[in-house]
Design a protein around this ligand. Structure first.
Ligand SMILES: [Zn+2]
Length: 306
């Protein structure tokens, strides 16, 4: 099993500014539980393509993965794993190492946290923005509502709508200007939070030195299937260049942001000789490219059912 964690952190740190995370003590309990059940943790660094395909299907061997380059993964998770002799695979969006601009995905989490309990109000602001700035007509708005205004796997309908529309219709800078001009709340100073959220370049190098593996997670953390092939390729190139500059010499591995890809993505992976690609669930694998669509199990699903 390849297990996917997103944001592991202490429940009481960071003034609870984010809207979703996985508690570090619970994480430790998960890992001790797996060890007590005799599961074998594999080092992602040394796996061949065949072994990757096997581990994805084998419930007795485990690879742990952590997305999005959070500082807590360096401060808490990596030292804990080192103490018990386990190596993890950390997928890092390259932009956080370079410009350190807050990614759209995190701005959305921060904003949703600010508007917790006031989601309907946030949705009203969003609709006004789409009408006034993006010139959306009634048909386009109805289309968005029929696609996204429904319960998601972990979210109610309104939160699901907010997440999907912000993820798919906005870029990071646009979201900041939406917050500045359409919300009457106190301004959200996203960039002041970057050191609280993301690992620094030195942390990235330290993870490597500790023997952990680092994997690509895009440069901008875009929904890849929403981009042209040329733009996807550019995003890949930018992230690979950053990894090479940091001396990552191991085989290239990638977790597609949001688990999202299309056939262009897989062609590009082949072109760049990426050894393994990871997605978020079993329903979305591609039988022609099994090693580029390796299913991961979300920790929230795995540990509630076991
Ligand atoms: Zn991600």
């Amino acid at each position: 099993m390849i297990i996917m964690y997103h944001y592991v952190r202490l429940s009481d740190s960071f003034s609870a500014k984010v809207n979703n995370f996985y508690d570090f003590d619970l994480f430790k309990k998960n890992i001790y539980g797996l060890l007590n059940n005799g599961k074998v943790f594999l080092d992602p660094k040394s796996l061949t393509t065949e072994q990757w395909l096997d581990v994805a299907e084998d419930s007795n061997s485990i690879v742990l993965t952590f997305d999005d380059g959070y500082i807590d993964h360096v401060r808490l998770v990596a030292p804990f794993l080192k103490d018990i002799g386990i190596h993890g695979l950390f997928f890092v969006p390259a932009k956080i190492l370079v410009t350190r601009e807050i990614l759209l995905v995190n701005k959305i989490h921060l904003m949703l946290h600010r508007f917790r309990g006031r989601e309907a109000q946030l949705m009203e602001h969003l609709i006004q923005y789409l009408i006034q700035i993006e010139r959306f007509g009634t048909d386009e708005l109805n289309d968005l509502k029929s696609k996204y205004l429904k319960d998601g796997k972990y979210d109610g309908a309104v939160t699901n709508f907010l997440k999907r529309v912000f993820q798919k219709k906005f870029e990071s800078s646009q979201l900041s200007s939406f917050c500045e001009s359409f919300l009457d709340d106190e301004p959200m100073k996203f960039n002041l939070l970057r050191d609280e959220l993301y690992m620094a370049p030195d942390d990235f190098s330290a993870l490597q030195k500790q023997g952990h593996s680092l994997g690509l997670h895009g440069y901008n953390h875009f929904y890849l299937s929403s981009l042209s092939k040329a733009r996807q390729k550019m995003d890949f190139e930018e992230s690979i260049n950053v990894f090479r500059e940091f001396g990552v010499s191991q085989d290239l591995l990638i977790a597609y942001p949001y688990g999202d890809y299309n056939s262009d993505t897989l062609d590009i992976c082949e072109e760049f000789q990426i050894k393994a690609g990871f997605i978020d669930n079993r329903l979305n694998t591609e039988s022609y490219f099994p090693s580029l669509t390796l299913p991961r199990i979300d920790c929230n699903d795995f540990f509630t059912n076991h």
